[in-house]
Ligand binder design. Sequence first.
Ligand code: 5GP
Ligand code: MN
Length: 328
Amino acid sequence: MIQDASAPVSATTEEVVAELRKRPAFVMVSHVKPDGDTLGAGLALGLALKKLGKRVHYFQQDPVPRNLRFMADTQYVSRAIPPDLPPDTLWVFGDMSSTSRAGEFLPKLERKQILDIDHHLGNEFFGGLNYVLTHECSTGTCVMHLLRELGVEIDREIATCLLTTIMTDTGGFMHSNTTPDVLQLSAELMRLGADKEEITQEIFANKRLAALKLLGRALNESVTGHDGRYIWSYVDDAMLAECKADGEDTEEIVNHLRSVEGIEVAALFKHFDGEIRVSLRSSGRVNVQAAAARLGGGGHFRASGLTYIGPLPDAVRAVNEALVAEGL
Ligand code: 5GP
Ligand code: MN
């Protein structure tokens, strides 16, 4: 089943399902700073595989964010790795372009132990099998295709996880990846019992006051450039302390920056513990995935990220140069 990494062609749904049927045990792996897609996709597949009598664990380096705990099985997600996994356990990486996005706590794995399920441009095809569908709106919809082929019943809990992946990655059906097919799948998931109200509440409402205060601070610090087509801002440890906020409270800030009239690209520099995580968002003209890739990061055309080690002014300059090189 090993594919040639130089010829990146996605495995077929049938190939992946045959592999899922063969394996006795699974570890669903989600990425650091987990979002509703990486986690929801892993949980949906995990819940389905359990229905087939398989053994399933969930690995995630970071704790489950408060607003994602409504999904089933999140109580089993941890960075602990069971010592007694069978040798033919399949490690399923969801929603990441490389294994490094899973963090630093995984054992060394061989390709044949890995199934890579993703929808990112620039996925590195790091698995023995790579189910990489870049036209899908979320990793969760890739999983949905697998579940249909597997013939597992999509129950209420699974449907809620899958709808969470869609609503997360379409920004609540607002991004350009919200196609008629996506709306149709979502309707189907609601009919199967997915709790859209709860998802909306947890992901798009329920804001903590600390998060809104931090947003206010970041908006105050924002700087525009390139004739009002670019906006950037930052948050740092001192601002977190001042607002009694934490890292989770930074998630939405860059989208607010992007929503400013006339903006083509927004950047948020998150300067914590000596490193800078940069989030980039584009309104659709500039490819921020390509800009992030110039600095070792990645993501999607309209949403990407990278890590920069160095002082903030250097990071701001480097990102500006990468964006200009991509046509900003
Ligand atoms: P965010 O700004 O929400 O952290 O990330 C936006 C998008 O970019 C997500 O799809 C995420 O997977 C991707 N991304 C963020 N940081 C990195 C990174 O360091 N490397 C890669 N390859 N992708 C990233
Ligand atoms: Mn995703």
